[in-house]
Design a protein around this ligand. Sequence first.
Ligand code: FAD
Ligand code: NAD
Length: 510
Amino acid sequence: MLNVPSQSFPAPRSQQRVASGGRSKVPLKQGRSLMDWIRLTKSGKDLTGLKGRLIEVTEEELKKHNKKDDCWICIRGFVYNVSPYMEYHPGGEDELMRAAGSDGTDLFDQVHRWVNYESMLKECLVGRMAVKSAVPKGMLPKSQAADPLAKESPVSPSYDWFQTDSLVTIVIYTKQKDINLDAVIVDYQNDSFRAETIIKDYSYLIHIGLSHEIQEEFSVRIVENVGKIEIVLKKTENTSWTCLGHPLENHNLFIPKKDTGLYYRKCQLISKEDVTHDTKLFCLMLPPSTHLQVPIGQHVYLKLTITGTEIVKPYTPVSDSLLSEFKEPVLPNNKYIYFLIKIYPAGLFTPELDHLQIGDFVSISSPEGNFKISQFQELEDLFLLAAGTGFTPMIKILNYALTNIPTLRKVKLMFFNKTEDDIIWRSQLEKLAFKDKRFDIEFVLSAPTSEWNGKQGHISPALLSEFLKRSLDKSKVLICICGPMPFTEQGIRLLHDLNFSKDEIHSFTA
Ligand code: FAD
Ligand code: NAD
């Protein structure tokens, strides 16, 4: 509800502004952009009305502050006076008022739990909730956190460790078969060791302040058929450790992933290449002490500090090219992450990203998203509907499907753009279609020049019904759709009208 992801905020002349749809977004008044808000928070103005004091807020007190000009909201145990922020909230005042005088944590999490409200609203902090709400959900002791969902949740993993003279091996027993290397994310930063294992929608965390120093690089192995993960650390000195270390926040907890915070590590900008007039391919390198692979169809959050405020936006990692063989599972220690990012000159985040120099740092979160590779099982027809940078999740999907799904007969991409100049990787797509006869591509332009003799217009019943022909009568089909919110929402409606079921459609939203 706070700071609605601005990817859905259409640029002034964008076609996105024509249609309604998306989450309730409002055009903001002149001088009320997020950048203006950041400036206001730096102005030294007393935004809470408490002259810098922090207070303990009771539930009764919180309830009293439920009007637009006096609106307090609790998020994860902290209370904010959001009245000064009302006019700057990209989702509008009414959206904020839904949580006025109450605990807005769940509402906030439903819409965009990734938004760094702590930074955006730090000048609005009134204080902490007294007693009950003071404990953030993710901080509950293990038994309390896991119990209410115990029936549905997978069995909690456990861990153990052992050592030789030079190595320490941490073993995570996931108690699940079919665990992949992308299920575990390992970081070692400032003596703190962190290994997060994702099992279904749950997260199991090992978080330890190590008792001794280790070398930066470590290895991660999976023993697949028994679901065991082994993380082998190299000791700096060949001494015997009497203990692994001391537990840090959320250590040994197994909790729903949605209740965990996002974890970031600093990555270095390695290269930046023009792809179209406004879109660039960025290559970022993970630190040597991180093991992280972004699963297909998932995104991460990039974080930069812009005039003193941390700003976070989601981006979908891509392969470095469409034509390279799909190599991620083969190269588990790949340290490079690629992004295709469109620079919006009037945007908040992308111009800042564009100004980074090679060697500068950007923080990258752990992956998020609900695309499951199991959706490919026995797939015969894959249809991809992408608009603009909504093409990004399709890249790995396309590569993976063509390389790894033996049942696949047909992959078709319908790629919507404004003009020919906006088409990302057009020649690579055409080469791929030439090379692999199972793959077809159709470009549709909404603002073509008079020379264009391909398809034109917006997503429509006519375009879709002609395009979405199964290769066999009852073939197993998956349709992936991604683009501006109004595009995606309209597309989903049209797909339902064409009798595709929910299970046959995967839409990418934040
Ligand atoms: P913003 O500040 O959001 O502005 C974008 C444009 O909208 C600007 O022209 C601005 O002037 C205009 N604008 C902003 N607010 C308003 C308003 N209230 N009224 C009217 N106009 C307004 N993008 C990519 O390029 N590549 C990706 O791989 C990618 N992956 C994504 C994955 C997910 C899951 C999601 C949800 C989005 C993804 N995006 C991706 C979009 C990305 O997150 C950003 O939204 C985008 O980069 C714009 O950010 P910005 O801060 O630069 O621009
Ligand atoms: P754009 O403005 O260049 O538009 C590309 C095409 O989208 C247009 O040619 C048109 O066919 C279609 N379109 C645009 N507005 C429409 C509307 N109102 N109704 C119907 N069709 C419409 O697109 P862009 O600037 O590249 O934006 C891409 C969007 O995709 C952003 O909003 C971004 O947040 C989103 N995105 C989402 C994800 C995700 O995983 N959720 C990933 C990448 C990008």
